[in-house]
Design a protein around this ligand. Structure first.
Ligand SMILES: Cc1ncc(C[n+]2csc(CCOP(=O)(O)OP(=O)(O)O)c2C)c(N)n1
Ligand code: SF4
Ligand SMILES: [Mg+2]
Length: 280
Protein backbone atom coordinates (compact mmCIF):
# COMPACT_ATOMS: atom_id res chain seq x y z
CA UNK A 1 0.00 0.00 0.00
CA UNK A 2 1.25 3.47 -0.81
CA UNK A 3 1.84 5.61 2.21
CA UNK A 4 2.06 9.39 2.40
CA UNK A 5 5.83 8.96 2.57
CA UNK A 6 5.86 7.48 -0.94
CA UNK A 7 3.84 10.35 -2.32
CA UNK A 8 6.04 13.11 -0.94
CA UNK A 9 9.24 14.11 -2.78
CA UNK A 10 12.48 13.59 -0.83
CA UNK A 11 13.32 17.27 -0.90
CA UNK A 12 10.91 20.17 -1.03
CA UNK A 13 11.75 23.07 -3.38
CA UNK A 14 13.04 26.20 -1.64
CA UNK A 15 10.48 29.01 -1.96
CA UNK A 16 11.92 32.20 -3.48
CA UNK A 17 10.37 35.64 -3.09
CA UNK A 18 11.86 37.67 -5.96
CA UNK A 19 12.90 41.23 -5.09
CA UNK A 20 12.36 40.73 -1.35
CA UNK A 21 15.47 41.73 0.61
CA UNK A 22 15.39 40.96 4.32
CA UNK A 23 17.16 44.18 5.31
CA UNK A 24 14.33 46.25 3.76
CA UNK A 25 11.84 44.94 6.31
CA UNK A 26 11.33 45.71 9.95
CA UNK A 27 10.57 42.68 12.09
CA UNK A 28 7.15 43.36 13.66
CA UNK A 29 6.25 39.84 14.80
CA UNK A 30 7.99 36.64 15.73
CA UNK A 31 6.86 33.38 17.24
CA UNK A 32 8.05 33.44 20.85
CA UNK A 33 11.22 31.42 21.42
CA UNK A 34 9.51 30.12 24.56
CA UNK A 35 7.25 27.96 22.38
CA UNK A 36 8.24 24.57 21.06
CA UNK A 37 8.37 24.72 17.26
CA UNK A 38 5.88 21.94 16.46
CA UNK A 39 2.44 21.70 14.91
CA UNK A 40 -0.36 21.77 17.48
CA UNK A 41 -3.21 19.26 17.59
CA UNK A 42 -5.94 21.88 18.10
CA UNK A 43 -8.86 22.36 15.68
CA UNK A 44 -8.78 25.38 13.37
CA UNK A 45 -10.11 28.44 15.21
CA UNK A 46 -9.59 26.95 18.69
CA UNK A 47 -8.69 29.48 21.37
CA UNK A 48 -6.23 27.20 23.19
CA UNK A 49 -3.38 27.67 20.70
CA UNK A 50 -3.71 31.44 20.79
CA UNK A 51 -3.71 31.59 24.57
CA UNK A 52 -0.70 29.25 24.79
CA UNK A 53 1.12 31.70 22.57
CA UNK A 54 0.07 34.74 24.65
CA UNK A 55 1.29 33.16 27.87
CA UNK A 56 4.59 32.27 26.22
CA UNK A 57 4.93 35.81 24.83
CA UNK A 58 4.57 37.20 28.35
CA UNK A 59 7.15 34.71 29.66
CA UNK A 60 9.52 35.73 26.87
CA UNK A 61 8.91 39.48 27.35
CA UNK A 62 9.56 39.16 31.11
CA UNK A 63 12.55 36.89 30.50
CA UNK A 64 11.30 34.33 33.04
CA UNK A 65 11.43 31.11 30.99
CA UNK A 66 13.69 29.38 33.54
CA UNK A 67 11.61 30.60 36.51
CA UNK A 68 8.16 29.65 35.23
CA UNK A 69 6.31 26.41 35.97
CA UNK A 70 2.97 25.59 34.35
CA UNK A 71 0.45 23.01 35.51
CA UNK A 72 -1.33 21.29 32.61
CA UNK A 73 -4.92 20.03 32.88
CA UNK A 74 -6.94 17.18 31.47
CA UNK A 75 -9.02 18.32 28.50
CA UNK A 76 -8.18 19.43 24.96
CA UNK A 77 -5.15 21.30 26.34
CA UNK A 78 -3.75 18.16 28.02
CA UNK A 79 -0.67 18.40 25.79
CA UNK A 80 0.05 22.03 26.72
CA UNK A 81 3.43 20.79 27.97
CA UNK A 82 4.35 19.78 24.42
CA UNK A 83 3.93 23.36 23.23
CA UNK A 84 5.16 25.62 26.02
CA UNK A 85 8.91 25.41 26.38
CA UNK A 86 9.00 25.74 30.16
CA UNK A 87 8.91 23.31 33.06
CA UNK A 88 5.42 21.83 33.28
CA UNK A 89 3.65 19.30 35.46
CA UNK A 90 0.55 17.39 34.40
CA UNK A 91 -2.23 17.25 37.00
CA UNK A 92 -5.05 14.75 37.33
CA UNK A 93 -8.39 16.07 36.05
CA UNK A 94 -9.38 19.14 38.08
CA UNK A 95 -6.48 19.04 40.51
CA UNK A 96 -4.28 21.70 38.94
CA UNK A 97 -4.79 24.30 41.69
CA UNK A 98 -3.80 21.75 44.36
CA UNK A 99 -0.68 20.76 42.39
CA UNK A 100 0.17 24.43 41.81
CA UNK A 101 -0.19 25.06 45.55
CA UNK A 102 2.44 22.42 46.29
CA UNK A 103 4.81 23.61 43.55
CA UNK A 104 4.59 27.26 44.61
CA UNK A 105 4.97 26.50 48.32
CA UNK A 106 8.05 24.38 47.62
CA UNK A 107 9.52 26.90 45.17
CA UNK A 108 8.14 30.33 46.12
CA UNK A 109 10.67 32.08 43.86
CA UNK A 110 9.07 30.52 40.74
CA UNK A 111 6.19 31.93 38.71
CA UNK A 112 3.51 29.24 38.86
CA UNK A 113 0.36 29.10 36.76
CA UNK A 114 -2.36 26.57 36.04
CA UNK A 115 -4.02 26.24 32.65
CA UNK A 116 -7.52 24.72 32.90
CA UNK A 117 -10.72 24.27 30.92
CA UNK A 118 -14.19 24.81 32.36
CA UNK A 119 -14.90 21.09 32.78
CA UNK A 120 -11.57 20.74 34.55
CA UNK A 121 -11.86 23.82 36.77
CA UNK A 122 -15.58 24.43 37.24
CA UNK A 123 -16.85 20.83 37.42
CA UNK A 124 -14.48 18.19 38.78
CA UNK A 125 -11.97 20.76 40.11
CA UNK A 126 -14.22 23.40 41.66
CA UNK A 127 -13.34 22.40 45.23
CA UNK A 128 -9.56 22.53 44.69
CA UNK A 129 -9.89 25.85 42.88
CA UNK A 130 -12.12 27.43 45.51
CA UNK A 131 -9.93 26.34 48.42
CA UNK A 132 -6.69 27.42 46.69
CA UNK A 133 -8.13 30.89 46.07
CA UNK A 134 -9.62 31.04 49.56
CA UNK A 135 -6.14 30.37 50.93
CA UNK A 136 -4.85 33.13 48.67
CA UNK A 137 -2.25 30.87 47.06
CA UNK A 138 0.21 33.05 45.21
CA UNK A 139 -0.45 31.50 41.80
CA UNK A 140 -2.05 32.45 38.50
CA UNK A 141 -5.04 30.45 37.30
CA UNK A 142 -5.69 30.67 33.55
CA UNK A 143 -9.27 29.52 33.11
CA UNK A 144 -10.28 28.61 29.54
CA UNK A 145 -14.07 28.73 29.41
CA UNK A 146 -15.54 27.38 26.15
CA UNK A 147 -18.83 26.35 27.81
CA UNK A 148 -18.42 22.64 26.97
CA UNK A 149 -16.33 19.58 27.65
CA UNK A 150 -14.37 20.01 24.43
CA UNK A 151 -12.11 16.96 24.53
CA UNK A 152 -14.82 14.40 25.20
CA UNK A 153 -17.03 15.68 22.34
CA UNK A 154 -18.99 18.59 23.72
CA UNK A 155 -20.97 17.54 26.79
CA UNK A 156 -22.68 20.16 28.97
CA UNK A 157 -20.37 21.91 31.43
CA UNK A 158 -21.25 24.00 34.49
CA UNK A 159 -20.66 27.04 32.26
CA UNK A 160 -22.92 25.96 29.34
CA UNK A 161 -25.26 28.82 28.46
CA UNK A 162 -28.98 28.60 29.21
CA UNK A 163 -30.65 27.03 26.19
CA UNK A 164 -27.33 26.02 24.61
CA UNK A 165 -27.38 22.69 22.78
CA UNK A 166 -24.67 20.22 23.72
CA UNK A 167 -24.35 16.46 23.24
CA UNK A 168 -25.88 15.89 26.70
CA UNK A 169 -28.47 18.68 26.40
CA UNK A 170 -29.64 18.18 22.81
CA UNK A 171 -32.76 20.29 23.43
CA UNK A 172 -30.76 23.08 25.03
CA UNK A 173 -29.72 23.53 28.68
CA UNK A 174 -32.83 23.63 30.81
CA UNK A 175 -31.82 25.75 33.80
CA UNK A 176 -34.84 24.51 35.78
CA UNK A 177 -33.41 21.02 35.59
CA UNK A 178 -29.63 21.56 35.41
CA UNK A 179 -29.24 24.90 37.17
CA UNK A 180 -27.94 28.13 35.68
CA UNK A 181 -24.47 28.51 34.16
CA UNK A 182 -21.96 29.19 36.92
CA UNK A 183 -20.21 32.53 36.65
CA UNK A 184 -16.98 31.20 38.04
CA UNK A 185 -14.99 34.43 38.01
CA UNK A 186 -17.70 36.40 39.87
CA UNK A 187 -18.19 33.54 42.33
CA UNK A 188 -14.50 33.22 43.18
CA UNK A 189 -13.75 36.96 43.16
CA UNK A 190 -15.60 37.37 46.49
CA UNK A 191 -13.07 35.17 48.27
CA UNK A 192 -10.60 37.23 50.30
CA UNK A 193 -7.66 35.39 48.75
CA UNK A 194 -8.56 36.54 45.22
CA UNK A 195 -6.21 39.39 44.29
CA UNK A 196 -6.97 40.05 40.62
CA UNK A 197 -9.87 38.55 38.69
CA UNK A 198 -10.69 39.41 35.10
CA UNK A 199 -12.62 37.96 32.16
CA UNK A 200 -11.26 38.35 28.64
CA UNK A 201 -11.55 36.70 25.24
CA UNK A 202 -9.40 36.22 22.14
CA UNK A 203 -11.95 36.54 19.32
CA UNK A 204 -10.51 39.72 17.77
CA UNK A 205 -7.16 41.46 17.51
CA UNK A 206 -8.22 44.03 20.14
CA UNK A 207 -9.38 41.27 22.50
CA UNK A 208 -6.10 39.39 22.06
CA UNK A 209 -4.15 42.52 23.05
CA UNK A 210 -6.32 43.01 26.16
CA UNK A 211 -5.90 39.37 27.17
CA UNK A 212 -2.14 39.64 26.85
CA UNK A 213 -2.18 42.74 29.08
CA UNK A 214 -4.26 40.87 31.68
CA UNK A 215 -1.85 37.92 31.65
CA UNK A 216 1.10 40.28 31.93
CA UNK A 217 -0.43 42.00 34.97
CA UNK A 218 -1.16 38.64 36.59
CA UNK A 219 2.45 37.48 36.18
CA UNK A 220 3.75 40.77 37.59
CA UNK A 221 1.33 40.65 40.54
CA UNK A 222 2.76 37.25 41.49
CA UNK A 223 5.90 39.12 42.55
CA UNK A 224 3.83 40.89 45.24
CA UNK A 225 2.76 37.71 47.03
CA UNK A 226 -0.72 39.09 47.77
CA UNK A 227 -3.03 36.32 46.60
CA UNK A 228 -4.40 34.42 43.63
CA UNK A 229 -4.88 35.90 40.17
CA UNK A 230 -7.62 34.40 38.00
CA UNK A 231 -7.71 35.24 34.30
CA UNK A 232 -10.82 33.73 32.71
CA UNK A 233 -10.73 33.60 28.93
CA UNK A 234 -13.88 32.91 26.93
CA UNK A 235 -12.51 30.65 24.24
CA UNK A 236 -13.84 29.50 20.87
CA UNK A 237 -14.62 25.82 20.41
CA UNK A 238 -15.85 25.83 16.80
CA UNK A 239 -15.87 22.03 16.52
CA UNK A 240 -18.26 21.37 19.39
CA UNK A 241 -20.30 24.51 18.84
CA UNK A 242 -20.77 23.22 15.25
CA UNK A 243 -19.70 26.57 13.83
CA UNK A 244 -17.00 27.92 11.58
CA UNK A 245 -14.21 29.77 13.39
CA UNK A 246 -15.68 33.12 12.24
CA UNK A 247 -19.18 32.17 13.42
CA UNK A 248 -17.74 31.09 16.77
CA UNK A 249 -16.09 34.49 17.26
CA UNK A 250 -19.43 36.18 16.49
CA UNK A 251 -21.18 33.83 18.94
CA UNK A 252 -18.88 35.05 21.71
CA UNK A 253 -19.71 38.71 20.99
CA UNK A 254 -23.43 38.14 20.52
CA UNK A 255 -24.31 35.36 22.98
CA UNK A 256 -21.54 34.42 25.41
CA UNK A 257 -21.09 38.00 26.67
CA UNK A 258 -24.70 38.10 27.86
CA UNK A 259 -23.85 35.52 30.53
CA UNK A 260 -20.12 36.20 30.77
CA UNK A 261 -19.54 39.95 30.38
CA UNK A 262 -15.96 40.95 29.60
CA UNK A 263 -13.78 43.03 31.86
CA UNK A 264 -12.18 43.23 35.27
CA UNK A 265 -14.12 41.74 38.17
CA UNK A 266 -11.70 42.37 41.03
CA UNK A 267 -8.78 44.78 40.88
CA UNK A 268 -6.03 45.12 43.47
CA UNK A 269 -6.31 48.10 45.80
CA UNK A 270 -3.66 50.81 45.29
CA UNK A 271 -2.06 50.07 48.66
CA UNK A 272 -1.80 46.40 47.74
CA UNK A 273 0.29 47.24 44.70
CA UNK A 274 3.13 48.40 46.96
CA UNK A 275 5.88 45.82 46.96
CA UNK A 276 6.70 44.03 50.22
CA UNK A 277 10.04 45.87 50.10
CA UNK A 278 8.34 49.28 50.07
CA UNK A 279 6.20 48.28 53.05
CA UNK A 280 9.22 47.53 55.25
C1 LIG B 1 -11.12 11.70 36.57
C2 LIG B 1 -11.55 11.91 35.14
N1 LIG B 1 -12.87 12.07 34.86
C3 LIG B 1 -13.26 12.28 33.60
C4 LIG B 1 -12.34 12.33 32.59
C5 LIG B 1 -12.81 12.52 31.16
N2 LIG B 1 -12.55 13.87 30.66
C6 LIG B 1 -11.45 14.14 29.93
S1 LIG B 1 -11.40 15.71 29.41
C7 LIG B 1 -12.88 16.06 30.14
C8 LIG B 1 -13.52 17.39 30.04
C9 LIG B 1 -12.63 18.48 29.60
O1 LIG B 1 -13.33 19.65 29.41
P1 LIG B 1 -12.70 21.05 29.70
O2 LIG B 1 -11.98 21.04 30.98
O3 LIG B 1 -13.77 22.08 29.57
O4 LIG B 1 -11.58 21.24 28.58
P2 LIG B 1 -11.75 21.51 27.03
O5 LIG B 1 -11.51 20.18 26.40
O6 LIG B 1 -13.10 22.05 26.77
O7 LIG B 1 -10.67 22.50 26.73
C10 LIG B 1 -13.38 14.93 30.80
C11 LIG B 1 -14.67 14.90 31.53
C12 LIG B 1 -10.97 12.16 32.91
N3 LIG B 1 -10.03 12.20 31.98
N4 LIG B 1 -10.60 11.94 34.19
S1 SF4 C 1 -12.68 20.39 20.41
FE1 SF4 C 1 -12.89 22.60 20.84
S2 SF4 C 1 -11.48 23.05 22.58
FE2 SF4 C 1 -10.93 21.05 21.67
S3 SF4 C 1 -9.29 21.51 20.19
FE3 SF4 C 1 -11.23 21.46 19.06
S4 SF4 C 1 -11.94 23.60 19.07
FE4 SF4 C 1 -10.36 23.41 20.65
MG1 LIG D 1 -14.24 23.33 28.03
Amino acid sequence: MQTEEHLLPDTLPEVQFPGCQNEEYELVYHKPATMVDVNMHYCPGCAHSLVHKLIMEVVEDMDIQEQTIGIAPVGCSVFAYDYMNIDMQEAAHGRAAAVATAVKRLMPEKYVFTYQGDGDLAAIGIAETLHAINRGENILIVFMNNAVYGMTSGQMAPTTLAGMKTTTSPDGRDTGFYGAPIKVAELLAVLPGAFYVTRQTVNSAAAVRKTKKALEKAFIYQQLNKGTCLVEIIGNCPSNWKMTPVESSKFIDEEMVKTFPMGDIKLPKAEDLKTNQEEK
